[in-house]
Design a protein around this ligand. Structure first.
Ligand code: A2P
Length: 309
């Protein structure tokens, strides 16, 4: 199994997990539902112990069922899910996720975004209009008491330094994790340093770049390191993230690629620093699902820009 990191809650998070966002919401009985279930079963067979889902992905039921059907002891697994954006009570949202997953407890519960959406209008509620993410966080903190044993750690996702600073002013519990997009083309170095200084573990989503056509996977340096270590481009970029202390949650529906993504090469210090410099020499290749050059408006609007360079 892969190494793990210790969170500020005392829990351990396996360094590689399976991202369970299928690129579209999963609906019960759909082909994607089946695909998700099969993916998670295959991942469990391949030795994955960490699964990352969200109420917004609508894959919680398929993920939970695959875990239960595997018969693998719950204590061996780490399951993350995320609070929906909709404006409803945090307790209700949490209990719904708990029920859908039906795996006894949730290892890590994340606030999916630093914003809330008004369920009746579908519009985002602009900061600092209530409920702010700081208010939502207070409700998440309460879960640790009211739902002891049902949630082991709480954290956030898509938080910039600016938003973390706001959150930490009133937070009693420092988030265990901040999950953002992260890979050599989008290293978020400042955010990484800030989170390390606060004891917040970072998890990278889309750690291969953005999707199957990610230019990162055909980058000359990445290709040469894959050849050098008799590995794959994906494993090289994942190993880089793990070496800097981040966990990664790549998604793959393909059994061969699933195995590649948990077999990480031991990159040398000098090769790691070459990868760390990649973002400087390849700015035109920066890719991000949400924030990328020329299209930062969404991130700016929500105030959760994670891209800093
Ligand atoms: P597939 O599921 O067909 O393997 P995300 O950014 O959500 O983590 O998605 C990762 C994307 O990269 C998916 O489209 C996935 O496609 C693809 N992928 C996953 N692992 C690998 C790999 N080892 N090599 C190449 N592509 C990969």
């Amino acid at each position: 199994s892969v190494p793990s990191f210790v969170l500020n809650s005392g829990a351990r998070i396996p360094s590689v997990g399976l991202g369970c966002w299928m690129g579209a919401p999963v609906t019960a009985g759909s082909a994607v539902d089946e695909e998700t279930y099969t993916m998670v079963r295959n991942a469990l067979d391949a030795g994955y112990t960490h699964f990352d889902t969200a109420s917004g992905y609508r894959s919680e039921e398929a993920v939970g069922k695959a875990i239960r059907d595997s018969g693998i002891a719950r204590e061996k697994l780490f399951v993350t899910t995320k609070l929906a954006l909709a404006r409803k009570s945090v307790v209700d949202a949490f209990e719904q996720s708990l029920k859908k997953l039906d795996v006894g407890y949730i290892d890590l519960y994340l606030m999916h975004w630093p914003l809330t959406i008004d369920a009746s209008t579908g519009k985002t509620i602009p900061f600092p209009q209530s409920p702010t993410f700081s208010e939502v966080w207070i409700e998440m903190e309460k879960l640790l008491e009211t739902h002891k044993g049902k949630v082991r750690s709480i954290g956030v996702s898509n938080f910039s330094i600016k938003n973390l600073e706001i959150l930490l002013k009133t937070a009693k519990v420092v988030p265990a994790v901040n999950q953002v997009e992260g890979h050599p083309y989008l290293p978020s170095l400042e955010l990484d340093g800030y989170c390390k200084s606060k004891g917040i573990h970072m998890t990278a989503y889309s750690p291969l770049g953005a999707g199957a056509t990610s230019p990162l996977l055909t980058d000359d340096l990445v290709l040469s390191l894959a050849a050098k270590y008799d590995s794959t481009p994906a494993a090289v970029v994942l190993a880089w993230n793990v070496a800097r202390g981040w966990s990664v949650v790549p998604k793959s529906s393909n059994p061969t690629r699933l195995k590649q993504n948990i077999t990480l090469p031991p990159l040398s210090t000098s090769d790691l620093s070459l990868l760390s410099s990649l973002h400087k020499s390849s700015p035109s290749k920066h890719r991000s699902l949400f924030v990328y050059p020329g299209s930062g408006e969404k991130g700016d609007l929500f105030g959760w820009r994670v891209k800093e360079d």
